[in-house]
Design a protein around this ligand. Structure first.
Ligand code: C2E
Ligand code: MG
Ligand code: MG
Length: 695
């Protein structure tokens, strides 16, 4: 029972609970009311039947007086049969005062009632209910003698004499029948009425519960995952409030869901895109690469993978700050994107590395043209914060399926080709088998160079410079040498670019500067004040504290600033003209001399040349080499000398090997010469022995 109640309360809907409760209530009420009214009806019928029985008995008593007076049952026969004819009358009995039966008729069961009648008190011939059994009533009425017609002479009223009693037994069958009928009628009417009310109440409760039902349906939809569902605002106040609260909750939920899905999209975007350049990132690129491989395999096509790395980007970051570096990357990314076809995929692979996927490739030349386009697009200086920043790129190209069947191999090979392009300064390289071996040499070399300084493998050689007119020694250029125990002597042309690439040039350059200044100071102290020329790398120049470090070395070694000349190649100067200008002025303020090295190879802008606070131009040896045989070179050299003199600069001709070259330079009014004609670069002790002795 308890369990049923619990199930009812927990598992049934409110509407069913309400319906069942109301139905049960109304049914009980109908049953109760029909029982009560049936009972009342039964009582009424009983009373009527008893009254009727009493009347019948009293009638019989009146008509039985003669029969008892003369002790003749025949006198009552007619009255008795008339009485028995009444519905429900079962038997009739007439007794005299001695309780002797005068007449008995009918189907009464004698055992049902007591034998004797209870004498009826009083002089009235009124019938009483003498006894009652389960199935019948017995009425008894006294019989009195009938007074004769009143005589005018009679003084005394005639006395009525009791003659006996009559008893009438009436069956209760009619009562039972009528009770049943009443009960059935009551039941039918009550339940019909109950049914009507029930229908009405069900209808009303249905209407009342509708807002709740709708709210619950809305909640169910919300539970099933619909976030935009809203409840209808109707119904009684509490349900209205609930619906309102539900709507507010759903609105808040929808906002949350929107925020979460936005965050999800953002996270996905972040996971697959580079936030700086807005290009696909490495993860997305790898996905694209694998899909491209699948497509190319299915269609039997080829495609190219370009791996691009910006040259000397690290320097931009180090010297101009990360903000400028970031903006440069964004701009470079845009230029790369615009220099390839719209269908090609460009991604930022990481740092200053970009990748390009070129599908539907007509041939390898298409990839080559794309690489050239990218290099060309990047060649225009980037204007950031009013500075012209020059960057170039090295691009490695691998082609599917020739250079690899899977993404990682293609990527590795393009990377190797890029590495060589960077090393060879060639702009772009296609992958070729065996490249990795070369690169591993390069990597080995880099490791060895890192250890070179600590192991004293670096040496500084000196090459003399002379005044052309007199042949007098005017100074020397310090040139670094690397003697590796295994590789043997390594040319600066080979290891200086590596040192620049790895940043090792900063410490190597500092060592060269200190060693050269120390040496020049020793020779100056020995009475030979010769100016020493030290080569600078662009990386060193971009170091923020470079001027301070020069000042510190001069202070430390005690060398007069005028005896130090710093050589900067023309290409470095032009590439970082604006940034270098103030550094050059600061160096001039210290009192050191400045020279432009390898002049003629770097497309100088004349306006810059005028603004640079330099003292000397060094004509590149490539012009000097053929000066006696090539009229163009001869004209160039003469022109450079005239230009330099007009800018009040001294001119040094490099790489002078022959007397003819020297004679030409004399005729062209060159100021100084340097080259094998005088001496190869030599160790300081040799320099001291050969040259200084001559001085
Ligand atoms: P550079 O500054 O133009 O140096 C002159 C180069 O020409 C030296 O090569 C020298 O040995 C070579 N040379 C001199 N006279 C002749 C000649 O008559 N004929 C020929 N064919 N060559 C001659 P080296 O020593 O191999 O240096 C190559 C370059 O490496 C230098 O060019 C310079 O740019 C760079 N370098 C050398 N030492 C340093 C250094 O300490 N720091 C930096 N940053 N760069 C250096
Ligand atoms: Mg030099
Ligand atoms: Mg040079």
């Amino acid at each position: 029972m308890n369990k049923m109640l619990k199930t009812f309360l927990r598992e049934f809907t409110f509407r069913r609970q309400l319906g069942i409760t109301i139905t049960l209530g109304i049914l009980c009420l109908a049953l109760f009311s029909s029982l009560v009214s049936s009972w009342q009806g039964k009582e009424r019928v009983r009373r009527n039947l008893i009254e009727q029985g009493q009347h019948i008995t009293e009638n019989l008593a009146r008509q039985s007086a003669l029969a008892l007076l003369y002790a003749s049952p025949d006198n009552a026969a007619e009255a008795v049969s008339a009485t028995l004819a009444f519905p429900g009358v079962a038997s009739v009995e007439i007794r005299d005062t001695g309780q002797r039966v005068l007449l008995a008729q009918g189907r009464a069961r004698p055992a049902e009632f007591p034998k004797s009648f209870i004498p009826v008190a009083g002089a009235e011939a009124l019938a009483v209910l003498d006894a009652e059994s389960e199935g019948a009533w017995r009425f008894v009425a006294p019989v009195y003698s009938q007074p004769s017609a009143a005589s005018p002479f009679q003084v005394q009223e005639a006395r009525r004499e009791r003659l006996g009693d009559v008893a009438v037994v009436m069956s209760k069958a009619e009562l039972s029948q009528m009770t049943r009928d009443i009960f059935i009628a009551n039941m039918i009417s009550s339940f019909s009425f109950a049914l009507l009310i029930l229908i009405l109440i069900r209808f009303l409760s249905g209407r009342m519960a509708r807002p709740l039902r709708e709210l619950s349906a809305s909640m169910a939809r919300a539970e099933a995952g619909e976030s935009h569902v809203r409840a209808v605002l109707s119904g009684p106040k509490d349900i209205f409030d609930m619906a309102h609260a539900f709507n507010s909750m759903m609105a808040a939920l929808e906002d949350r869901i929107a925020a979460v899905s936005h965050a999800e999209r953002h996270i996905r975007h972040l996971a697959y895109n580079d936030t700086l350049t807005e290009l696909p990132n490495r993860t997305q690129f790898m996905d694209m690469l694998n899909q491209t491989i699948d497509r190319a395999r299915d269609k039997g096509q080829t495609f190219a993978l370009l791996f691009l790395d910006l040259n000397r980007f690290k320097n931009v970051n180090d010297t101009l700050g990360h903000d400028v570096g970031d903006r440069l990357l964004i701009a470079a990314g845009r230029r790369i994107r615009h220099s390839v076809r719209a269908d090609d995929s460009v991604a930022r692979f990481g740092g200053d590395e970009f990748t390009v996927l070129m599908e539907d490739l007509a041939g390898a030349t298409a990839a080559l043209v794309a690489s050239q386009n990218i290099c060309f697009a990047l060649a225009t200086p980037f204007e950031i914060d009013g500075l012209d920043i020059y960057v170039s790129a090295s691009i490695g190209i691998s082609v599917y399926p020739a250079d690899g069947m899977d993404g990682n191999t293609l990527l590795k090979h393009a990377d190797s080709a890029m590495y060589l392009a960077k090393k060879n300064n060639s702009g772009h390289e296609f992958y070729e088998p065996g490249m990795e071996a070369k690169i591993s040499d390069h990597v080995q070399m880099e490791g060895a160079l890192r250890r070179a300084e600590g192991r004293n493998e670096l040496l500084l050689y000196y090459q003399p410079k002379a005044v052309l007119a007199t042949g007098a020694l005017s100074g020397m250029e310090a040139l670094v040498r690397w003697k590796h125990p295994e590789f043997g002597p390594v040319s600066p042309a080979r290891f200086i670019p590596l040192a620049e690439e790895t940043g090792l040039i900063v410490s190597i350059g500092a060592w060269v500067l200190r060693t050269a200044c120390t040496q020049a100071k020793i020779w100056a102290d020995a009475g030979m004040p010769l100016a020493v020329a030290v080569n600078l790398s662009g990386v060193q120049l971009r170091q923020r504290d470079f001027v301070d470090s020069v000042r510190a070395v001069l202070a430390e070694t005690g060398l007069a600033p005028a005896l130090l000349e710093l050589e900067i190649t023309e290409s470095v100067l032009m590439e970082q003209a604006e940034e270098t200008l103030s550094t050059l002025h600061q160096l001039k303020e210290i009192g050191v001399r400045l020279a432009i090295d390898d002049f003629g190879t770097g497309y100088s802008s004349l306006s810059y040349l005028k603004r640079f606070p330099v003292d000397t131009l060094k004509i590149d040896q490539s012009f000097v080499r053929d000066v006696t045989s090539d009229p163009d070179d001869a004209a160039l050299v003469t022109g450079i000398i005239a230009l330099a003199h007009s800018l009040r600069l001294k001119v040094v001709a490099e790489g002078v090997e022959t007397a003819e070259q020297r004679d030409f330079l004399v005729r062209s009014d060159c100021d100084f010469i340097q080259g094998y004609l005088l001496s190869q670069p030599v160790p300081p002790e040799v320099f001291e022995r050969n040259m200084l002795d001559a001085v």
